[in-house]
Design a protein around this ligand. Structure first.
Ligand code: TYD
Length: 202
């Protein structure tokens, strides 16, 4: 099973990711936790753009995300196809819907979707879980949790990104299995909402 976890920054994804891994392992499944940008070479470079250490036009970064995703899928040692062959369930913190939402602010969404079509053919998530919280709440969590804010972390940007996620879900509703989870509440409450859905798939 391949689960992609999505949400705007501050949605609580990272917390859920770990609880989710424990849940799957308790159910006897070997689970591989991963993220995008990946920890491979292009992904590491992308992180340097996100923190502002490196600078480039956002359209350049959009293309890097496409390349990173392919590397994440295809890398011979660490790639997701390899992990699947080895029998792991995969949970990814972000996948192509992040590009559809974040990069379509600077590029036409159809370009992003087309540029990711090879990734979508190679490896489509069995389920995309979108943890939904209002941008105001996300901004508060971001401010409380960290010192600096990254490239895409302003309230306007979060609002725009959330809207783009919903636009992408609507556009691809016949092709993708997306579940929207209410992200307001304690980590335990949100987790219960997620595992209620997963228990039907296991
Ligand atoms: P990171 O701090 O790793 O994620 P999170 O805040 O979810 O813990 O930052 C990832 C950033 O990269 C986040 O702002 C979203 C952005 N991003 C894109 O713009 N496009 C993409 O395709 C992906 C995977 C991430």
């Amino acid at each position: 099973m391949f689960i992609a976890l999505e949400g705007i920054d501050g949605s609580g994804k990272s917390t859920q990711l770990n609880i989710l891994k424990e849940y799957l392992e308790k159910n006897g499944r070997r689970t591989y936790l991963t993220r995008e940008p990946s920890d491979l070479s292009i992904g590491r470079t992308i992180r340097r753009y996100l923190t502002g250490e490196l600078k480039a036009d956002n359209r350049v970064i959009a293309a890097l995300f496409v390349a990173d995703r392919l590397e994440h899928i295809l890398d011979e040692k660490e790639g997701l196809l390899r992990k699947q062959k080895e029998g792991f369930d995969i949970i990814s913190d972000r996948y192509y819907f992040s590009s559809y939402a974040y990069q379509s602010v600077d590029m036409p969404m159809d370009w992003i979707i087309n540029a990711n079509s090879v990734a979508a053919e190679l490896l489509k998530p069995d389920i995309v879980i979108f943890i939904d919280i209002p941008p105001e709440a996300a901004m508060e969590r971001i401010k409380a949790g960290r010192e600096g804010t990254e490239l895409f972390e302003t309230k306007e940007r979060l609002t725009e990104t959330r809207n783009k996620y919903f636009e992408a879900f609507e556009k691809l509703k016949d092709r993708e299995n997306v579940i929207i989870i209410d992200g307001i509440g304690t980590p335990g409450e949100v987790n219960e909402r997620i595992t209620n859905i997963l228990s039907k798939l296991l």
